[in-house]
Write a protein that binds this ligand. Structure first.
Ligand code: 0X9
Ligand code: CA
Ligand code: CA
Ligand code: ZN
Length: 423
């Protein structure tokens, strides 16, 4: 159990780890010392609300999905104990390792680094890059590819720009779509690729697409977390991995620099699933996102007017703030809040998701939404995509035959956001 981690520590420290093991229950066979999937289980917890879900997260357990009042919670044995002691009912215990075993093929797949059988329709990093290259090759007048920077392990984080006169920085409202902050949320990468393909392939034939491309500058970042997402698939067996690959992993969506760590909405335990990192922007991936978005301030004005950060799962449209359950704060007027709720409601009408303020799900601090609005006044949403209710870790791994339907489902919502960027 401890093998690879132990190599790195002294005998005394190893003894210490052994002593800690029963309460920590998170020392793992992972080289990084991150929480081992085999220790974790998921549970359904009835009768929750935003307050109790925030309490659940504060034990270090993690609400991974919500359907009505029923939360799906991922927890170590110690965290589960603590939740039961606090009076929560934990039902339908499923070991994450068992759930992954059911999804994963019995043998490693043929193509190293690729998705396993039943998932070949998903793009791994190389395939994602090749897809973007094809888009640019086929549509060089309206698409260009560059990199916003490097991940912790040195991988590029590519960005695609789509606009008429794509080589020029024109005075057109800019829109940002980013995907896969969380490694295991692979369906989101497919969402970004669909946006990339739709606004290029349909340019010649679809007047609405042409209007959008001619009057906006659209930025698409399909994989914010390339280290995490390749780690999650590279063995041919899904790992259920969420964070980046810096030491034990930082939850990128707790590492952004607006009121970072302010409000009990992230974990200070490096092994925790919502570990916020050692400092705001300590993850190279979030720092690259910050630098890119900051670079879109031209002549003192942020050019990006609207954004969607795609996640899975629960079928929700979320808007800021996440760090507080208040609607109105020093950085959010009632009028601004009402606009978020109106546009969020309109997008939810279009895709059939449930619209709500992000803290209605649970309180977070250091997430992307809060910084995008709090720092830059970007009309920023988080979409939690399909499925509404995934029965645990499986919800992150829908087979590839849902990709077409569940990404096309957001076409109209994406169009609404692009429209609203000009409002
Ligand atoms: O917790 C997150 O980072 C997002 N959910 S996920 O299951 N994909 O990890 C939601 C972030 C939205 N913000 C708040 N809920 N406050
Ligand atoms: Ca243009
Ligand atoms: Ca511009
Ligand atoms: Zn996520």
């Amino acid at each position: 159990m401890f093998s690879s981690r132990r190599k790195a520590v002294t005998v005394a420290a190893a003894a210490c780890l052994v002593l800690l093991a029963p309460i920590q229950a998170s020392v793992s066979a992972e080289p990084t010392g991150a929480t081992a999937a085999q220790d974790l289980a998921t549970y359904t917890v009835p009768n929750t609300d935003s307050k109790t879900r925030t309490e659940i997260n504060r034990t270090g357990a993690q609400v991974i999905a919500v359907s009505g009042a029923v939360a799906t919670v991922e927890a170590t044995p110690a965290q589960a104990e603590q939740l039961r002691a606090a009076g929560f009912a934990l039902n339908d215990e499923t070991k994450v390792a068992d759930a992954l075993k059911r999804i994963n093929p019995a043998q490693a797949q043929q193509v190293p680094g690729d998705f396993p059988p039943g998932y070949e329709g998903y793009h791994n990093l190389d395939e994602m890059n090749a897809e973007l290259d094809t888009v640019v090759k086929d549509h060089p007048d309206i698409a260009s590819k560059s990199s916003i920077g490097k991940s912790f392990e040195g991988r590029d984080i590519p960005v695609l720009k789509i606009s008429d006169n794509v080589g020029q920085d024109e005075d057109e409202p800019e829109v940002l779509f980013n995907c896969n902050q969380h490694a295991r949320e692979h369906l989101t990468t497919e969402m970004c690729l669909r946006i990339a393909n739709r606004f290029t392939d349909d340019y010649a034939t679809d007047q609405a697409v042409k209007d959008a491309v001619d009057n906006r500058e659209i930025w698409i970042i399909p994989v914010v977390n390339p280290d995490g997402s390749s780690y999650d698939v590279e063995s041919g067996q899904f790992q259920g991995w969420r964070k980046n690959r810096q030491d034990s992993g930082t939850d990128l969506n707790r590492n952004w620099g607006y009121k970072w760590g302010c409000c009990g909405g992230s974990d200070d335990d490096p092994n925790g699933e919502t570990y916020r990192g050692t400092a705001e922007w300590s993850a190279p991936e979030t720092a690259a996102m910050r630098d890119f978005i900051d670079s879109r301030v031209v002549g003192g004005a942020q050019q990006i007017k609207a954004a969607i950060d795609f996640h899975t799962y629960s079928e929700l449209v979320l808007w800021p703030f996440g760090h507080t359950s208040d609607d109105v704060t020093e950085d959010m007027t009632q009028e601004e809040y009402d606009r978020f709720a109106r546009v969020g409601g309109e997008m939810a009408q279009a895709n059939g998701y449930t619209p709500q303020q992000s803290s209605d799900l649970y309180v977070t601090d250091g997430d992307s939404l809060d910084w995008m609005w709090g720092q830059h006044k970007i009309l920023a949403y988080t979409f939690e995509m399909y499925p509404a209710n995934g029965g645990g870790i499986d919800g992150f791994y829908p087979p590839d035959d849902v990709i077409e339907k569940e990404t096309a489902r957001n076409d109209s919502a994406v169009d609404i956001l692009i429209r609203e960027a000009g409002a």
